[in-house]
Design a protein around this ligand. Structure first.
Ligand SMILES: CC(C)(COP(=O)(O)OP(=O)(O)OC[C@H]1O[C@@H](n2cnc3c(N)ncnc32)[C@H](O)[C@@H]1OP(=O)(O)O)[C@@H](O)C(=O)NCCC(=O)NCCS
Length: 153
């Protein structure tokens, strides 16, 4: 069932107290989800971790690492019932703005070749395929390659 987006979404830094809600979404939207520890470590490492809320409800989140003039988007997720209402694009714009503000020259991400929704979103925002990382992701029947996509900022 989808939820109605009738209030403006708000983006703020992810905190340790968000992790129950983040992990609850993560475990629904990915077959091989990040763990609570992965998110906690990202916050502790000072990565750009953000959540997006609608009327106080956590509806989306993402994690981006910036180093050596390069931004790497490590996670971008929208809760299942809030998908397809522009939140993924909205949060992606937010991360691109952060990367530009930090003077990164490139933004990179990895995506499963089978993830049509994500690939379509990234392509529509100007990301290009630049490489294939072989056997990068765990998959039901072994491993799946990752498409590396990049955006010149
Ligand atoms: C990928 C994801 C972040 C997109 O977020 P979203 O809020 O549903 O997407 P948006 O509503 O912002 O859609 C933006 C564009 O993406 C594309 N898109 C989104 N969902 C799609 C789908 N199911 N099929 C095809 N294209 C899709 C469309 O081009 C869409 O633009 P349009 O609505 O104008 O046609 C979301 O589907 C998600 O969280 N998926 C599970 C986790 C995941 O795979 N994350 C990405 C890991 S690399």
């Amino acid at each position: 069932m989808s939820a109605q987006l009738d209030t403006a979404p708000v983006v703020r830094p992810m905190r340790a107290t968000d992790l129950d809600a983040v992990v609850a979404v993560e475990e629904v939207v990915y077959p091989f989800p990040w763990t609570r520890g992965n998110f906690g470590d990202s916050i502790k490492a000072g990565y750009h971790c953000r959540v997006c809320e609608v009327a106080g409800e956590l509806v989306a989140y993402g994690v981006m690492m910036i180093g050596a003039d390069e931004a790497h988007l490590l996670n971008l997720s929208v809760a299942a019932e809030w998908q397809r209402q522009g939140l993924g694009r909205f949060l992606l714009h937010h991360f691109v703005r952060i990367a530009r503000d930090c003077r990164a020259g490139m933004m990179y991400l990895e995506v499963r070749p089978t993830n049509t929704a994500a690939r379509t979103l990234y392509e529509s925002e100007g990301f290009h395929e630049i490489a294939l990382r072989r056997n990068y992701y765990p998959a039901e029947n072994g491993r799946e390659h990752a498409v590396v996509m990049g955006l010149t900022l």
